[in-house]
Design a protein around this ligand. Structure first.
Ligand code: 5GP
Ligand code: MN
Length: 342
């Protein structure tokens, strides 16, 4: 755990400030929940805040309180840059290094003259003026709860803040089932329900928002599943053509990788998603037990993340990416077979 210059930050926040809050590119539930949860809290403290996201996020996250106030750096560039120029501090939430916001926004942030404050649970964070980094945390939303607690303000958590934080904890823990879920996570969740988070509605808003096409795309993904039992590995691929056929929209492939990992005996699940527009194959890695997909993604696929959930990309074709991936498996045979005791 790194907690750097917290009391200085607390002192800085003793006066009303102009604040920008940023999440990572392709924001997920934890990025949206933590940025908006922090926003509602800081607004209540008398600050003036603006959440800026690098790009769009899926429809099933748009109901989150405050979502309508978010500016997109790619689409609302002038307003985003103005907010940054006005701001006295920038909070970076749910990512560990500036390149995770994408090249355009990174270039702008690199010229930023005031201080950054990082709150994040990813491994190997870059150095910023103010830091609260803890890779043992289930989610950045859990850390925002802790941050509010460290500020002595748990009593300020209202229904909006509770709803935002519940959402990110829920999505980043796979509905409270991943290894990062602790008794403390459940205690925080219980408190958020007490403070007004409507848990049944939140689950439904996120998980029961499928379009028919999304289910058909899932069907396609499942029929593309390949299993390598000798490496306890299973992977799914989706080509651009298949995505187009079912009118792919952002978020449609969210969570699909977990089906690979849901197979009995599988400890390494992967999805390869072709993105012709960006000229890349986006990859998601998931594991059970000791096998670190963070290290694997860092070493071979320009990525990273957590021990059991990481992402990366390849500029090879979909077929070549998969070939390269399969060729790596023999080297990891022992590690994969001993990763998780059933
Ligand atoms: P996903 O597979 O859902 O995109 O990402 C899984 C986890 O890995 C998330 O915590 C995400 O923030 C992280 N992640 C995804 N892509 C990258 C990447 O390219 N670099 C790094 N460092 N982390 C990533
Ligand atoms: Mn997260």
């Amino acid at each position: 755990m790194i907690l750097k210059h917290f009391s200085e930050l607390e002192e800085f926040l003793a006066k009303p400030r102009e604040i920008v809050i940023i999440g990572h590119r392709n924001p997920d539930g934890d990025a949206v929940g933590s940025t908006l949860g922090l926003k509602h809290y800081l607004d209540k403290k008398g600050h003036s805040t603006q959440v800026v996201m690098p790009n769009e996020y899926p429809d099933f996250l748009h109901w989150i309180p405050g979502s309508e106030t978010v500016k997109r750096f790619d689409r609302q560039n002038n307003q985003s840059v103005k907010a940054l120029n006005r701001s006295e501090i920038v909070f970076l939430l749910d990512f560990n290094a500036l390149h995770r916001v994408g090249d355009d926004m990174k270039n702008t942030l690199e010229k930023y003259e005031n201080d950054f404050a990082l709150i994040d649970h990813h491994q190997q964070p870059d150095d910023f003026t103010y830091m609260y980094s803890d890779t043992s945390m289930s989610s950045t939303c859990q850390m925002v709860y802790n941050f509010i607690e460290m500020m002595g303000d748990v009593d300020l958590i209202d229904k909006n803040i509770a709803t935002c934080l519940y959402t990110g904890i829920m999505t980043d823990t796979g509905s409270f089932r991943f290894r990062s879920t602790t008794s403390r996570t459940h205690r925080i969740i219980a408190d958020l329900i007490d403070k007004g988070a409507e848990n049944d509605r939140i689950h439904s808003s996120v998980h029961d928002a499928n379009s028919y096409n999304r289910l058909l795309l899932l069907g396609q993904a499942l029929s593309n599943l390949q299993i390598y039992p000798e490496y306890k590995t299973a992977f799914i691929s989706l080509s651009q053509e298949e995505k187009d056929k079912f009118n792919y929209e952002k978020g449609d492939t969210e969570g699909v990788v977990n089906y690979a990992l849901s197979l009995k005996g599988i400890v390494f699940g992967v999805i390869f998603i072709e993105d012709k527009e960006q000229g890349i194959v986006k990859i998601s890695f998931r594991s059970k037990g000791k096998f670190s997909v963070n290290q694997f993604a860092r070493k071979y696929f320009n990525g990273g993340g957590h021990d059991n959930a990481a992402g990366g990309k390849s500029t090879e074709s979909l077929q070549d990416t998969i070939k390269s991936f399969v060729a790596l498996l023999p080297e990891y045979k022992e590690e994969l077979l001993s990763s998780y005791e059933e």
